[in-house]
Write a protein that binds this ligand. Sequence first.
Ligand SMILES: NC(=O)c1ccc[n+]([C@@H]2O[C@H](COP(=O)([O-])OP(=O)(O)OC[C@H]3O[C@@H](n4cnc5c(N)ncnc54)[C@H](OP(=O)(O)O)[C@@H]3O)[C@@H](O)[C@H]2O)c1
Length: 249
Amino acid sequence: MSVQIDSLWPVAANALDDDALALGFVRDDRGEPWLRVNFVSSVDGAATHDGLSGGLGGEADKRVFDVLRRLCDVVLVGAGTVRDERYGPMRLDEAAVRWRVANGLPQHPVFAIVSRRLDLDPASKIFTDAPVRPIVVTTGSSPAEGRRSLAEVADVLVCGADSLDAAAMVAALGQRGLAQVHCEGGPSLFGSLLAADVVDELCLTVSPRLEAGDARRIANGGLPESRGLALARVLRSEGTLMLSYTRAR
Ligand SMILES: NC(=O)c1ccc[n+]([C@@H]2O[C@H](COP(=O)([O-])OP(=O)(O)OC[C@H]3O[C@@H](n4cnc5c(N)ncnc54)[C@H](OP(=O)(O)O)[C@@H]3O)[C@@H](O)[C@H]2O)c1
């Protein structure tokens, strides 16, 4: 039995199954880009416990995390998170593959990694065991040798000269039929996406913990002005809240 997740708002419903969980998230099949970001945070805003997100999320967070991967065309992750959280290849489990195929989607989403320095090993399983050829998103200022070696195992997209052009990245992914973008962090990448105003939805798990200390927040960097959000959905599993916000219009 998987952990129980109830919906509190906008519809009250108990013990959602995976279909009901998925149904409440936006998936725009008209080809329009949609960029969703998913994070877990403590109640006092820490994005890490002992330097990683894993200590914050529980079973309910993991269930939503998995359902969000089912819904997307591409999973986008910053290279820092890939390194720190020791990501492997983007291979979904059998239940997720069945769900995707039944819903007209390819078996696995594409894995896209954002990196300027290209400190990524082309011999790692991320690339050698990938069910779908991954994408590396980088800038024009990245090392040419890194681009050459990664191009053997991934499609390398150059978006921006010195810094990432996030709008160009979303457009380039859309042109490849990857309009439903799901970003799993981390805070530096989220900051860049916010600065470029390309984030459509934030899914935030609030873990019932206080961390204090100097743990980082879910977004770094600066914004010219703060952004308003509209509450789209509230899920609950015991003390854990799973919130979805879209941009305020
Ligand atoms: N609470 C959560 O839900 C959650 C989620 C994800 C991560 N985290 C935590 O966040 C921490 C990692 O933070 P982070 O800020 O290092 O993560 P990050 O944003 O995933 O990675 C930063 C790195 O990604 C690349 N990158 C990101 N934005 C870029 C941009 N605009 N242009 C070019 N490259 C860009 C760069 O890679 P290169 O250095 O290769 O150039 C940069 O050093 C870890 O402790 C992880 O556990 C928490």
